[in-house]
Design a protein around this ligand. Sequence first.
Ligand SMILES: Nc1ncnc2c1ncn2[C@@H]1O[C@H](COP(=O)(O)OP(=O)(O)O)[C@@H](O)[C@H]1O
Ligand SMILES: [Mg+2]
Length: 564
Amino acid sequence: MEEDARAIGFGFLVSQVTPHKAVLTLGLCLLLGQAAASLVIPRLAGQFTDGILAGAAIGNILLAWLGVVALQSGLTFASSYLLGRAGVEIIARLSERLYDHLQAIPLAWFHERKRGEVLALLTNDVQRISTFVTGTLVRLLPQLVTFFGALLLIYFVDAGIAFVMLIGLPLFFLLLKLATRSLRPLTDQLMRSQAGQVAIAEQNLGLLPVIKSFVREDLESERFRNTTRRVLNLQKRYLLIVQLLSPVTRIVLTAALVVVLWLASGKLIAGDMETGDLVSLLLYGSLMSVPLASLTNIYGEVQSVRGAGTRLLEVFAEQPEPYEGGKPELPPVRGEIRIEGLHFRYPRRAEVLTDLHLRVDAGETVAFTGPNGAGKSTLAHLLLRLIDPQRGRIYIDETDIAEVDLLSLRRQIGLVDQNTLLFNGTVAENIAYGRFEASPQEVEGAAKAAHAHDFIERLPRGYDTLIGDQGIKLSGGQKQRVALARALLKDPAILILDEATSMFDPEGERGFIRECRDLLHSRTVLMITHRPESLKLAQRIFRLDGGKLREVEAHAQPTALRTT
Ligand SMILES: Nc1ncnc2c1ncn2[C@@H]1O[C@H](COP(=O)(O)OP(=O)(O)O)[C@@H](O)[C@H]1O
Ligand SMILES: [Mg+2]
């Protein structure tokens, strides 16, 4: 996987940066100008010293100094602003692309991961890369220019000393590499722990009713504290290394400068060097030490950002669902369903469906029953291709659903999932989710059919009432009714109801069933249910058990079913 990630890495980076080519180039040019300007100052200081010692006029030199600093400041502002702006734009695009990609990855990928960890990618990792690009990377280039420019100018002042410095340089970086060797694994661990922290918080805030009713506040606080401690300890170790780098670098650099000055003063005494040259040299030397010191910090940051980058690239290397496989659209269907020899297993699990066969006529209403965990919901998800079978085929109107455009398939199937999943928005927005263009009358019509209209009318703001995260402000049965209305408004040729009325009160269920006789008439309906009332709606009833479907007698069924 890491290799995959690296393979797309370079091209990916380039594709992120290309749209900002012009701004980046301009910013870089200004930056180079700025760095060049900074190199003039030590030269001026040298001239200033020589001027004073020779008793010459120095007013112009001082004015020039001021001018250069003003120019340098202007260039610094313009370049930092331009590059910083390009940086944040690149990051914004990256977040968008990451989100789009995550949304397109098959659901199975998410089954294997904690949601908090995925969230951490979008927050921590993108943030880390963002800070690196806008803060560090932008700083890096001018500092490299300053450094090598200063070295070049030292060469012109005194070639011998420049060579001594050039030889010292690789030694310095070797030292740096050794010192920061442990940073990469450390930052990886740190990011993982931080992700774990987000994961726990994310999960627990959704589970507060459970935590409170089981009086497990202490346990969960402890759990969160443990991850925080782990993060804290890693952060301390990280700080220790990173904060040590800077003073150690400073000592090494000062030692180098001492050697240079010692060499230079020898030359001055021997009469091989002017005093002004010595001053220039001194200032060039300290000019070089700033970029070197921050290079060490940058080096540390690179280690940590590499981890974040690898994780992001791994996600991008993940194959999205085949949205644009160039497959033909599924034409509007009548709703005949044929399943042949279907086998399905979840990763590392026993087979759920084994050699399953089924035939449902267009417009038929069939019911599925069977014990918990028999694979009924799995079958529903297979029809929508939320998951794909290992073997076997599903045909809708004689068309193999594996051979058609995925979106055109999903548009024609309505699913009311067993887990009622609602958005934090208004009731009306939730119902209209499959058809935003629906009129308020149509929304109301769907709500009436789902027996949701009456309770919605009684909400404080009717259809404009906000229902909270996951519809927390509604009762279980009310949520189901909203979800049902949402699917009915989509008006699909095939409707799958996965225990969609399991929380309805008997009254509501009977009402819904009465309504359904007309409503379900025109489409194919697959009903997963244990409720006798609902079973009466079905023309045929199947029992799923042991991975296979068996048709059962419709009339004998209701009493027999209750025992499962
Ligand atoms: N994402 C998953 N990963 C692994 N196993 C799963 C997953 N989802 C469901 N299962 C397992 O597959 C079996 C069938 O589940 P499901 O189709 O939800 O049953 P039901 O008939 O109750 O709807 C169960 O044993 C369940 O534990
Ligand atoms: Mg189920």
